[in-house]
Design a protein around this ligand. Structure first.
Ligand SMILES: *Cc1c(COP(=O)(O)O)cnc(C)c1O
Length: 382
């Protein structure tokens, strides 16, 4: 079955008793036992809930994994995966990744003795150089956030396997519609499902999918032990969002390509970072491992004053954090998503005060372009 079909069938037919086409929201905490030592398969909703199970089955199927777990947020999913590691363990992590992942590694899990080196994982040599005897895993985002750098997933997997390390991929930006890291050899996929999978800026959720069943059981054990589960209502919202993922992503990446090409030609714009541009450093690698370039792009403007001007004067494109929803959003990484990264490191990474990130929505692209055009035009007269 093709992925578009699997998406539409998400959660269909889970209630044979009534034939309900949409998975019901099982708003229930506990389940009656038929007999001593017997269970319906559900005992208590922290451990498992039927609405959440329907979502987890779909997630495992989409990412071609064996096991999935749905979490209260993307960060709860990231944290559960990081709980696989013990004091003294060392991780190699993409240097310009989601600011929250940086924060939990540097300011929460550091006290438990999990060490991390932040490296440019688009450079396989840099990864190899960073491997130490205590290294247990490589955690990547590709494309990265916000600079859209591409890491070679099979290349990273090769290095990880040669050294007995786990490969973990945060696949939030690409979604399983465009990229399936487990098929490329990775061990664990993480999602902030608050973004493309939910797709409507109305739910916070996270997913972890593993290739190996035993590893999946360990994740489920950690989730049941620590408790950051996704509730039944939010599981349902995610099931509903997933149905249109293919259509949304197709339109988003079409729009993103048009906007990226247009931005390249504007005199006020210094650089455009979008893996769908042939001159993007990771263009070829991305093309090999993903079936598209996605709906995220970043750009730097020449004059710093243009940043607040754009944020205040765009009318259609909303100035807000987050990404992946049907509405186009613009974000200022240095002050929002990446504010927890020290300024010096941010500068080094290229997350400058002239960098903006665009999450392209499903609007008519001409309206998005008209909005940006108008703001740029007005700026040149003030
Ligand atoms: C948003 C995001 C997260 C965190 O997810 P939440 O659902 O906000 O907790 C993690 N990784 C990436 C790439 C993200 O964009």
């Amino acid at each position: 079955m093709h992925i578009e079909t699997k998406l539409v069938r998400a959660g269909v037919g889970k209630d044979p008793q009534t034939g309900a086409v949409s998975t019901p929201i099982y708003q229930v905490a506990t389940f009656a036992h038929p007999k001593l030592g017997e269970s319906t398969g559900y005992d208590y909703s922290r451990t498992a809930n039927p609405t959440r199970t329907a979502l987890e089955e779909v997630a495992a199927c989409l990412e071609r994994g064996s096991t999935a777990a749905a979490f209260a947020s993307g960060m709860a999913a990231v944290t559960a995966v990081l709980h696989l590691f013990a004091p003294g363990d060392h991780l190699i992590v993409t240097e310009d990744l989601y600011g929250g992942t940086y924060r939990v590694l540097r300011e929460v899990l550091n006290v438990y003795g999990v060490q991390a080196s932040f490296v440019d994982t688009s450079d396989l040599k840099a990864i190899e150089t960073a491997i130490q005897s205590e290294t247990k895993g490589i955690f990547i985002e590709t494309p990265t956030n916000p600079l859209m750098k591409i890491s070679d997933i099979p290349g990273v997997v090769g290095l990880a396997q040669a050294h007995g390390l786990l490969t973990i991929v945060d696949n939030t930006f690409m979604t399983p519609y465009l990229q399936r890291p487990l098929e490329l050899g990775a061990d664990i996929v993480i999602h902030s499902a608050s973004k493309y999978l939910g797709g409507h800026n109305d739910v916070i959720a996270g997913l972890v999918v593993t290739k190996d069943e035993e590893l999946g059981e360990r994740i489920r054990f950690i989730q049941n032990a620590t408790g950051a589960i996704l509730g039944p209502q939010d599981s349902w919202l995610l099931l509903r969002g997933l149905k249109t993922l293919a259509l949304r992503v197709e339109r988003q990446q079409y729009n993103a390509q048009v906007i990226a090409e247009w931005l390249c030609k504007q005199p006020q714009i210094e650089a455009v970072y979008y893996p769908g541009l042939a001159n993007h450093e990771g263009y070829e690698v991305n093309r090999k491992q993903a079936s598209g370039a996605g709906g995220m792009l970043s750009f730097t403007v020449k004059e710093e004053k243009l940043v607040p001007y754009l944020l205040e004067n765009l009318k259609l494109v909303t100035f807000a954090e987050s990404l992946g929803g049907v509405e186009s959003l613009i974000t200022f990484p240095a002050r929002q998503t990446h504010a927890d990264i020290p300024e010096e490191i941010r500068k080094q990474l290229g997350i400058s005060d002239r960098l903006l990130r665009l999450s392209v929505g499903i609007e008519n692209v001409d309206d998005i372009l008209a909005d940006i055009k108008e703001a740029l035009h007005a700026y040149s007269y003030c």
